[in-house]
Design a protein around this ligand. Structure first.
Ligand code: AMP
Length: 398
């Protein structure tokens, strides 16, 4: 089955056309600057990358350009759009009502709409992408795969904040968690790859990318995760602060004359390892290079990041009263051997031993722990598009 996987941002749209039988990508690309001017980058597998500048006032014109590219006589990969059998959409927020992926109908659209309050940057864009696909490919099934859904199995003791109940009851203020598609995909792959028992396993997934989060997955179900009401909570990230004393907000606002909105922008866009490295970079490749050249702030950023990851892993071992496996994924988790080594050094007390020779590997599934390590450690590349494709096929063939 050919599945078009769509991931809409406010002014962008990423897509992949995946053959679900072979799980191979036939073509992929992205539309940028939607609503500004418009630019399509399109790449058929094995072919040249093409860049087309064309007006894209809304997501509908962007999707139309993607569909035209897919059936283009010279560079297309389909004879006709009839060959697209389903569309899978990445959707950020499903609130508490959505606990799994869903075939899109009026009710699902209503929930995504209601959750715009909780995901103000992404949910409106996700809806635009859904509506555009429904308009341009009428009659085809559309599936929504939610970033929050996998975490809906968390118990109240994990997701409730210790603040007045009114805020929870009236405004749904609680921990939701994000990167759920990745945590779900990688935890399933971990269980398969390491030969664990799906119904009797304790796994911790460290999704370390520019955005970073950790989850504790017991018997295949999420029991805790580090991101919260928004993706700002938890780990130190590329430009996000992660956990901090909420009183910092008022303190700095008063000193600098900022309002809360400005402070939140700084905590999301100008903090994290970027801030700790004295605004050098949010990219670990730059930070490692600078650290090797004696830059102390870059060294501190890498140390603080790794320390926070290790602390979260420790707390999730406590949450599950044990752990069978820890898996690294995401751009940093898959590639940055230095971070993996630093994190695992903190976790020596668990009887974890790292195989140094394995740690130079990247971009593939591999086991990082030695044979006599008490806890297995793996690196498993995430693949959110494939996860969305699999969920879509499962729902439309049910
Ligand atoms: P993601 O958000 O999952 O795409 O991850 C992107 C981040 O991964 C980049 O900002 C880098 O910090 C990190 N990264 C990617 N490649 C490498 C690499 N070869 N070595 C270290 N860090 C890397």
């Amino acid at each position: 089955m050919n599945v078009l996987v769509v991931n809409c941002g406010s002014s962008s749209l990423k897509f992949q056309l995946i053959n679900s039988d072979t799980e191979e990508v036939a073509a992929k690309g992205l539309c940028e600057r939607i609503g500004i001017d418009g630019r399509l980058v399109y790449q058929p597998t094995g072919g040249e990358k093409e860049v087309t500048e064309a007006p894209m006032p809304t997501h509908t014109e962007a999707i139309q350009m993607v569909l035209d590219a897919l059936v283009n006589e010279k560079t297309g990969v389909l004879k006709s759009l009839d060959e697209v059998e389903a569309i899978g959409h990445r959707v950020l927020h499903g609130g508490s009502k959505i606990t799994e992926s869903r075939v899109i109908n009026d009710e699902v659209i209503e929930v995504i709409d209601e959750c715009c309050d909780l995901g103000p940057l992404h949910n409106p864009a996700n809806l635009m992408g859904i509506r555009a696909c429904m308009k341009l490919m009428p009659g085809k099934p559309n599936v929504a795969v939610f970033d929050t859904a996998f975490h809906q199995t968390m118990p109240p003791k994990a997701y409730r904040y210790a603040i007045p109940t009114k805020f929870y009851k009236d405004y749904a203020v609680r921990k939701y968690g994000f990167h759920g598609t990745s945590h779900s995909f990688v935890s399933k792959e971990t269980i398969k790859y390491l030969g664990l028992d799906a119904d009797n396993s304790k796994v911790i997934i460290a999704h370390l990318g520019n955005g970073a989060s950790i989850s504790a997955v017991q018997n295949g179900k999420c029991v805790d995760t580090s991101m919260g009401l928004t993706p700002l909570e938890g780990l130190i990230m590329g430009t996000r602060s992660g956990d901090l004393d909420p009183a910092v907000l008022e303190f700095v606002c008063k000193k600098e004359g900022f309002d809360v909105k400005e402070m939140l922008r700084i905590l999301n866009k100008e903090s994290g390892v970027y801030a700790l490295s004295d605004n050098l970079s949010s990219d670990f490749r730059d930070l490692e290079e600078a650290m090797d050249n004696g830059n102390e702030a870059a060294g501190l950023a890498i140390d603080a990041f790794s320390y926070r990851v290790a602390k979260y892993i420790g707390s999730y071992v406590a949450a599950m009263n044990g752990v069978d496996a820890i898996t690294f994924t995401g751009g940093i988790g898959e590639n940055a051997g230095l971070v993996r080594k630093k994190v695992l050094e903190y976790l020596g007390y668990l009887g974890i031993k790292m195989d140094e020779a394995q740690n130079s590997k990247r971009g593939e599934n591999f086991i990082l722990s030695t044979a006599d390590s008490k806890v297995k450690v793996a690196v498993i590349p995430t693949n959110e598009e494939l996860a969305i494709c699999r969920e879509t096929v499962e729902l439309v063939t049910k």
